[in-house]
Write a protein that binds this ligand. Structure first.
Ligand code: K3U
Ligand code: ZN
Length: 159
């Protein structure tokens, strides 16, 4: 069974920091696998559709994106959880869309945030394979929200 960890809350410094890139030597490691397991368990426990490592007090550039249909986005795709190590948004569409966001670190607030509709992302898998993918709609929104966490930005700063 995986450990469920406390989630950092909005006024905490860890959420304002720029997270550090995962080093090559950390790929494929037991420590990185355990970090991701704890992130996944915590996200599932909180019914989230994403999570970033700083939210469980680890200032490293790791996120999980796990789109599924929900009340606000009934047409969202059901995706297997995707782990992104050192994600980089390479391109953003000029077109933006407004959509509702929430955050496990800001549990009492929801808000409408404008995000690029389509993005191109590059990331590493846990094994160190480099992937480039295009996302649109809700998954693109989650990626942008999670990458913001790695850069110390909360969605409430974008409202
Ligand atoms: O499932 C949530 C949700 C909230 C608003 C709209 C649709 C779904 C809970 S909030 C959530 O899952 C965050 C998780 C966070 F904060 F750890 F990253 C991810 C997220 C939700 C909505 C838009 C973008 C990101
Ligand atoms: Zn969040």
């Amino acid at each position: 069974m995986s450990t469920i960890l406390p989630v950092a809350q909005r006024s905490e410094t860890i959420l304002t920091l720029t997270a550090v890139a995962v080093a090559k030597s950390e790929l494929n490691s037991e420590w990185l696998n355990q970090l991701v397991e704890a992130m996944y368990a915590t996200m599932m426990q909180c019914n989230g559709v994403g999570i970033a490592a700083p939210q469980i007090y680890v200032s490293k550039r790791v996120v999980i994106v796990a789109s599924r249909p929900n009340l606000r986005y009934p047409d969202a795709p059901e995706m297997e959880a995707i782990v992104m190590v050192n994600p980089e948004i390479l391109e953003r569409s000029k077109a933006t869309v407004l959509g509702e966001e929430g955050c496990l670190s800001v549990p009492d607030e929801r808000g409408q945030v404008a995000r690029a509709e389509i993005i191109k992302v590059r990331y590493l898998t846990l094994q160190g394979e480099q992937i480039e993918t295009v996302y649109n709609g809700f998954p693109a929104r989650i990626v942008q929200h999670e990458v913001d966490h790695l850069d110390g930005i909360l969605f409430i700063q974008r409202i």
